[in-house]
Design a protein around this ligand. Structure first.
Ligand code: PLP
Length: 393
């Protein structure tokens, strides 16, 4: 039988993706090396231009990582020590870490249990119940499109507008994800004030090292971002504001330019794998597994969810993960500890039970392999092993 041949299922198989593109990538990297232009230059501009086209914005600014994209965005918005920045309680650390690094204070909001994204109702509640003095200190909202599906941006932006707050989108996991905004199809990163992407190798569009990108339609902000990307120097050694070294490498830029034309087909392969998993859970009667909910699918979008992660909720999650690992199936927990319970955020003074939906997600979520090259037989093997676990537990 097919399935008996499967020995292991990795979380990601970058070698499989590389095999078709290797020649083009090596040639593009060789060109950069031979050109001796190792900082900025035409290759960076070329990537910025194709990413701006792909996402549908006027300005794209290549940066050193997704984390630096977020940090630089906050700096461009002139976030000062003591300012408050509101964000989700449940994301990758960078989302909250960048706020604290500027000596601003993160204010956490619970998640919508269906999408795992920032809950607009709770956002409204947090803003409403603040003292007037605190409210004045709030300078921005960071919304995350977790796992590859956009947050409820219509609601978030309408609240943000009422409080005159800019919205940064942490779209590190969601490049290309689509969203209907006031009847218009738009892409992640272009819904708010500033959008941040990561090209970390395990994202849907990954480089051969660290890299990121910021997109915006605001020309003044774009100028600030470009300025602060190179230490805030308007001309050589003339520093108007404080920035950093946040540049993207041309080597990363050319690799990403080779990969970008394939991105939508990779998204589609991930979507097909997601549907296959969901069908297999049904077939096996695994009603205790809650598959991810692609809530915008009915709106006729093609990239309704780009499945950077295929995140199930599973009872006895830790035991299941251990069992799968024993059978060489890589399944990971993103993220096991909500922000408000992290050691480094204890000084914020949140009680342990402050964010019940985030808390519950951290105990139930499990990412199954979903990468484009994953085969049907591998998926069947994964689901068979999950079924075996629940038969015996
Ligand atoms: C990956 C990721 C980041 C950080 O990106 P890096 O390129 O690794 O710095 C930030 N936020 C989220 C939600 C991410 O998944």
């Amino acid at each position: 039988m097919e399935n008996q041949k499967i020995q292991s299922v990795p979380l990601l198989d970058l070698k499989a993706q590389l095999s078709d593109l290797r020649e083009d990538i090596v040639q593009a990297v060789t060109e950069v090396i031979d050109s001796t232009q190792y900082i900025m230059g035409p290759k960076v501009l070329a990537l910025e231009s194709v990413i701006a086209d792909y996402t549908g914005v006027s300005h794209a600014i290549g940066v050193s990582s997704g984390t630096d994209a977020l940090l630089l965005s906050l700096m461009a918005l002139d976030i000062q020590p003591g300012d408050l920045v509101i964000t989700t309680d449940f994301s990758f650390f960078a989302t909250a870490g960048v706020i604290a690094r500027l000596n601003a204070r993160p204010v956490f909001v619970d998640i919508d249990p269906v999408t795992f994204n920032l809950d607009p109702e709770h956002l409204e509640h947090v803003l409403k119940t603040m003292s007037e003095e605190e409210q004045k200190k709030v300078k921005a909202i960071i919304a995350v499109h977790l796992y590859g599906q956009c947050a409820d941006m219509s609601s978030i932006i309408s609240i943000a507008e009422r409080y005159h707050l800019p919205v940064i989108e942490d779209a590190a996991q969601a490049i290309g994800a689509e969203y209907m905004m006031k009847g218009e199809k738009k892409r992640a990163g272009t819904l708010g004030t500033i959008g941040c992407f990561s090209f970390f190798p395990s994202k849907n569009l990954g480089g051969v090292g660290d890299a990121g990108m910021i997109v915006t339609n605001d020309e003044q902000l774009a100028d600030q971002l470009r300025l602060r990307r190179i230490h805030g120097a308007k001309s050589e050694y003339w520093h108007e504001v404080i920035g950093g070294n946040f540049r993207i490498d041309p080597i990363q830029a050319v690799v990403l330019a080779v990969k970008l034309p394939h991105l939508d087909s990779w998204h589609q392969a991930r979507q097909q794998n997601a549907e296959h998993y969901t069908a297999l859970f049904e077939k096996k009667g695994l009603g205790q597994i809650i598959p991810p909910q692609p809530v915008y699918k009915a709106q006729g979008l093609s990239n309704y969810h780009i499945y950077n992660q295929y995140m199930i909720r599973a009872p006895q999650r830790d035991e299941l993960q251990k069992f799968l690992t024993q059978h060489q199936i890589a399944a990971r927990v993103y993220y096991p500890i909500p922000f408000h319970r992290l050691e480094c955020f204890q000084s914020l003074g949140y009680p342990a039970d402050a964010f019940p939906a985030s808390e519950q997600a951290s105990q139930e979520v499990l990412a199954l392999p979903i990468y484009p090259e994953l085969t049907d037989a591998m998926q069947e093997y994964v689901v068979e092993k999950i079924a075996e676990f629940y038969r015996n537990n």
